[in-house]
Design a protein around this ligand. Structure first.
Ligand code: NAD
Length: 468
């Protein structure tokens, strides 16, 4: 497969959208560039006593808002180009969903399967040490989060290392996606996949677009395939199936399966845990190669693994009517054009997977406020609602039973508020994108999403002035 320069792909999309804005060329160049790129290498003492050199990066793409924000990826494919591209996407994503951060991304070039847990802990702590030493982490500076190959466990190690090195009252806000016991927030683990579901639901509710695709409005009964059953792919599939969509194809590292009769997600997860593979599950048919997933019949294809999966080489074989980019950069710029040509609807990554950073923002807010959402008002709200219900009872003469009372007087806790904030954000952002699409008579959600982001960041640069 041809090697794509990921940052160049992002910039192609940027340039296409920038032509619809009125910003000075210099401002556009400033938005596009990565402000700081930090490359680090350090030694790891392996469990067998040998020493290995580990490479990592942290890229801060845009300082138009502070702190900068973006995940940390662990993969043997990590390199500077990929980290720069992902950092840039973070700036556009944050702008799009009105999260007041600049974009950043980190990466460590390791295959997590090749290291023990204690080796991964040493790598994570040393990488964090390097970030602290050079000022690339802190609640007001740069705030990492999980990405491919990392999760709450790694974020906990990062916080602990930061706290040992810094006397910082807001230390917990130096990283998001942490375990709840360490200042994490309810709903962060599932946030990206949950956001993917909300985003697809919004797209499926636009009658004009569904008519053009020959699909009914709504999630129910839509068929979908997913590439990657990790954090994002699993949660997106979970919420899609809960809403009545049918999972019919799955690709993982070991291969791919397809079953038009439907795949039971939880049973598949249990089967994979037990056997180490998705192959041979139920009545599903094994595909000859895991990339064959893109060629299968389905309404919606959800790539949720890595970038450059649908390229000029396979774009013409993709049968799905909707491509929901849960992963970052799964469709190259030329593949996008080819699929658009045949009328496919591509829901772009900058919007599609923004749920993660939205809830990370809520977590950061919680940590700098040092108080859990709902703690101050849950009881008060429940008391107020109870007063209203008692009034209703006295007016109507009806007495509610305990179950009704609990339902009617329920006060929102942290998980409810996070979920409602995420849903509201995904709806608002989709409306903004489709409005821009109409305004410019575009047949392309990605360009509309980029225009939206460029406008918001460009105005910041224009208003803040440039140092002499
Ligand atoms: P993850 O490590 O939890 O899961 C990725 C899964 O993809 C793994 O199970 C892996 O085995 C599988 N995979 C890798 N290569 C594959 C291939 N060729 N075919 C099929 N499966 C393959 O990672 P994640 O956090 O779910 O991230 C997935 C994507 O979503 C990445 O592009 C990431 O940047 C993006 N994303 C993640 C978050 C987040 O909150 N975790 C937020 C925004 C975007």
């Amino acid at each position: 497969m041809a090697k794509y320069n990921f940052f160049e792909q992002v910039n192609k999309n940027f340039d296409k959208a920038a032509a619809y804005t009125k910003f000075d060329k210099g401002i556009l160049s400033q938005i596009k560039m990565c402000n700081t790129v930090y490359h680090v290498s350090f030694p790891l003492r392996r469990d067998d006593g040998s020493v290995e050199v580990i490479e990592g990066w942290r890229v801060e793409h845009s300082h138009h808002k502070m702190p900068t924000k973006g995940g940390i990826r662990y993969s043997h494919k990590v390199d500077e180009d990929e980290t720069m591209a992902l950092a840039a996407l973070m700036s556009y994503k944050c702008a799009l969903v009105d999260v007041p951060f600049g974009g950043a991304k980190g990466g460590v070039k390791i295959s997590t399967r090749s290291y023990s847990e204690s080796e991964l802990e040493r790598i994570t702590r040393r990488y964090t040490f390097e970030l602290v030493k050079k000022g690339f982490i802190g609640p007001g500076v740069d705030v990492p989060a999980p990405d491919y190959g990392t999760g709450a466990r790694e974020m906990g190690w990062i916080l602990d290392t930061y706290r040992q090195m810094k006397d910082d009252l807001n230390a917990e806000a130096c990283v998001t996606g942490k375990p709840i016991s360490q200042g994490g927030i309810r709903g962060r683990t599932e946030a990206t996949g949950r956001g993917v579901y909300f985003g697809i639901r919004e797209a499926l509710n636009v009658k004009k677009d569904m008519d053009a695709l020959g699909l009914e409005v709504g999630v129910e009964d839509k068929t979908f395939c997913v590439q990657g059953l990790g954090n994002v792919g699993y949660h997106a599939s979970k919420y899609m199936t809960e809403a009545g969509a049918k999972l019919i194809g799955v690709a993982e590292i070991e291969g791919a399966i397809y079953d038009p009769a439907g795949i039971d997600l939880e049973a598949l997860m249990a089967y994979r845990k037990e056997t180490g593979s998705i192959i041979g599950f139920g009545t599903s048919k094994e595909l000859s190669d895991n990339s064959m997933i893109f060629e299968m019949d389905c309404d919606i294809m959800i790539p949720a693994a890595l970038e450059s999966q649908i390229t000029a080489e396979n774009a013409n074989k993709v049968k799905a009517k909707i491509i929901a980019e849960a992963a970052n950069g799964p469709v190259t710029a030329d593949a996008h054009e080819m699929m658009k040509e045949r009328g496919a609807l591509i829901i772009p990554d900058t919007y599609m997977n923004a749920g993660g950073v939205v809830v990370s923002y809520f977590e950061w807010l919680k940590d700098i406020q040092h108080v859990r959402y709902g703690r101050m008002n849950k009881k008060f709200d429940e008391g107020s609602l109870l007063k209203i219900v008692r009034e209703l009872e006295s007016i109507s003469g009806k007495a509610y039973n305990t179950a009704d009372l609990e339902r009617l007087t329920y006060g929102a806790g942290e998980a409810d508020l996070v979920d409602s904030g995420l849903e509201e954000t995904m709806i608002t952002a989709y409306n903004q994108i489709t409005e821009i699409r109409e305004q410019h008579n575009l047949n392309d959600l990605r360009t509309a999403a980029f225009i939206n982001a460029i406008q918001k960041i460009g105005i910041m640069y224009e208003q803040m002035g440039i140092f002499p």
